[in-house]
Design a protein around this ligand. Sequence first.
Ligand SMILES: [Zn+2]
Length: 307
Amino acid sequence: MNAVTFPERRARPRGPIVNGLSVDVEDWFQVGAFEDVIERDQWGSLADRVDRNVREILDLFDEVEAKATFFTLGWVAQRHGALLREVAARGHEIASHGWDHRRVFTMDRASFAEDIRKAREAIEDAAGSQVSGYRAPSFSIDQRTPWAFMELVEQGYAYSSSVAPVTHDHYGWPEAPRFAFKPLPWAPLVEIPVTTALFAGKRLAAGGGGFFRVLPYAFSRWAIRQVNRREQRPAVFYFHPWEIDPGQPRVAGAPLKSRLRHYTKLDQMAPKLRQLIREFAWGRMDLLAYREGARVEREAAAAGAFA
Ligand SMILES: [Zn+2]
């Protein structure tokens, strides 16, 4: 009789965790911090910087061989078809950042439905590719908008990355899960919150934006290492085209705090991004959503089996 043989138990070396890299495509005059100073009907008359900035980001991504997701405003897509086709042609995902940067908690369900429908139509027309992901302006899906996920499911979205599970002065849903979850158990939609790191039991925003630009690089490296190595989870990082643009026009009438946050260290952003992208593994959000959705399902099934 043959001896019973067991398959080799030697673990295959695992590659690094692939994190989600994203760009929120809006121009310098569309940021939440300036919305009390610049009216939406002025947008069309202001200097366009988004085209050159996104092209610079595309070159940077090629240089460091990274693929990413570009969450784009419908308003921008409608005016920059050639740019969006270029983004898609270079292997990146194009997803939705809503129509004109209205935060979700300032809308009711009907206006939200209209906002994301209009944005998606403009983006798909411009890019010639299908949209499957959504990021709320200023991470504005929270406990005030229980209908938002339902609307995303109804409009056929596969994933959302719209929650900041942290306390912040402009946004945040501190009670939300820190990693991917299914907000509606009966629907396949996956929410992938922006990254937070745990320090002394507190959640710290660590997924990009002003924090990445203003704080030393060492903070972001520490945070993403914590998430990847200690927690064994992918991080989600985002930045904006205007953050690599020291030549953008200055908004004079904005509050001092907003101006400090917006204009600090713009010239250091590109080298910092290169370092971050080289030091960790990055990819598109749709692929991350697919993997994380499968993980959430496996874990739910395992929990069910042992319940
Ligand atoms: Zn935005």
